[in-house]
Every structure is written in structure tokens, then in C-alpha cells.
Ligand binder design. Structure first.
Ligand SMILES: Nc1ncnc2c1ncn2[C@@H]1O[C@H](COP(=O)(O)OP(=O)(O)O)[C@@H](O)[C@H]1O
Ligand SMILES: [Mg+2]
Length: 200
């Protein structure tokens, strides 16, 4: 290992410790993501993430349930109720999402305190507005149900629409069926396009 890599590992160990999560800065579907448990794992994880992007993100391990919220709209976005993913692997890696998707459990609504779920919905709207989203996004959090601590994980501007994907299921739970959801998304896209045209 060269001196620079040694310094990077020492900094990560000092600031975050183990386990930590290493991700390509720009990817999805858990591609290139690893949980590093020690120095050797960290080096492997960094090399793996850097296959997919020239930048890697290293995060502290966050303990908590994986809670997702679907947001829909342009200027006046609405949040669905929240759902929970219980991965069949140690974390929700590619294998747990796509190869063993049937073994990972999706709970809609999430089994949690309604006030905590409401707080997550409000945070989801806040994130959506801060990031200036339009149309749709799925906003994912970690939540420690015993302490009530909520940590924002990521924003998915184009969430999956596979049979296991949460976005459409969350809206179906709110009474918005798949075809009506798609119609709504098309209307929102036309509205956004029209409002952009007016600006120039
Ligand atoms: N900081 C973290 N602490 C604990 N688990 C994490 C952390 N970051 C990611 N994970 C796990 O890795 C999975 C994929 O990471 P995520 O950031 O959601 O990337 P992707 O965009 O590929 O879905 C998450 O669903 C979760 O299971
Ligand atoms: Mg994710």
C-alpha cells in the first residue's frame, strides 16, 4: 500500500471505525457496495467501489430498519406512507435485491410507531424540496425503532419499477393504482416541461 492509501485508511479508521460502508459515488442497485469489517476488507471495498466510479463514499455503519417513502409531485409534493425492507442478507446487497428478492421481505406499511412514520414522511418531503426534485423520488432512511433515531440514506430520482420495487406498491397502498400512477407521472412531466419553457 502506498503512503497515500495508508493515510486514507487511517483517516477512515479514526473518523468512522469498523464496520463501515464503502460505495461508488454514483451507482445504484447496491452495485460496488461493501461492508468493511477491517483494514483488509476496507482496501478490498475501496478497490471494488473504484471499479464503478472514480469517487468512492465511505460512511459509518448505521444501525436501523430500512424505511422507504415514495414522494410524488412537482411544486406541491405528496409523501406516501412508509414501507420497510428486511433484507435476507447481512445488508440489502445486489444478491438480496435481485437474486434472492423473494427471500427479502417488504412490509407495507412499515411496522412502526405512527408518529415516527409521520416524521419520516415529513423528512422525505423536506429532502425532496431541498434537492429540487420533480415528478417522483423514493427517499430511503435508516430508523432505529427503539431510540427513534432517523438517518437519511439516499434519494432515488428514478426508483425501480420491478415486481419487487417499493415505489408503486407504496402508492397502491394509498389507493393510487399502477396505471393511475403512470398517468400522474406523465401529467407531472408535461407540467414540468411547460413551466420550464415559460422560464426561458
Ligand atoms: N451507512 C450504512 N449503514 C448500514 N447499512 C448501509 C449503509 N449504507 C448502505 N447500507 C446498506 O447497503 C444497501 C445499499 O446502499 P444504498 O446506499 O441504498 O445504495 P443503492 O443506491 O445501491 O441502493 C442499503 O439498502 C443498506 O442495506
Ligand atoms: Mg438503496
Amino acid at each position: 500500500m502506498d503512503a497515500n492509501a495508508e493515510a486514507i485508511c487511517c483517516e477512515i479508521e479514526g473518523k468512522l471505525g469498523y464496520p463501515c460502508f464503502v460505495k461508488p459515488a454514483n451507482a445504484g442497485s447496491s452495485v460496488g457496495i461493501s461492508k468493511a469489517e477491517n483494514r483488509e476488507g476496507l482496501i478490498d471495498a475501496l478497490n471494488n467501489a473504484l471499479i464503478y466510479d472514480s469517487k468512492a463514499i465511505v460512511e459509518e455503519f448505521v444501525k436501523g430498519s430500512e424505511i422507504e417513502c415514495a414522494v410524488l409531485g412537482n411544486d406541491n409534493p405528496q409523501a406516501s406512507g412508509v414501507g420497510e425492507v428486511v433484507p435476507c442478507n447481512d445488508f440489502y446487497d445486489y444478491d438480496a435485491k435481485y437474486n434472492r428478492g423473494d427471500d427479502s421481505v417488504i412490509c407495507i406499511p412499515a411496522n412502526m410507531n405512527p408518529a415516527l412514520a409521520q416524521q419520516i414522511r415529513e423528512y422525505a418531503i423536506e429532502v425532496y424540496k431541498v434537492m429540487d426534485c420533480s415528478g417522483l423520488s423514493r427517499i430511503d432512511f435508516f430508523c432505529d425503532k427503539s431510540t427513534g433515531k432517523i438517518v437519511f440514506n439516499e434519494l432515488n430520482t428514478l426508483p425501480g419499477f420491478t415486481v419487487i420495487s417499493m415505489y408503486a406498491k407504496l402508492w397502491a397502498q394509498e389507493g393510487l393504482a399502477f396505471d393511475a400512477l403512470v398517468d400522474k407521472l406523465i401529467d407531472l412531466a408535461f407540467d414540468k416541461f411547460a413551466s420550464k419553457q415559460r422560464k426561458y
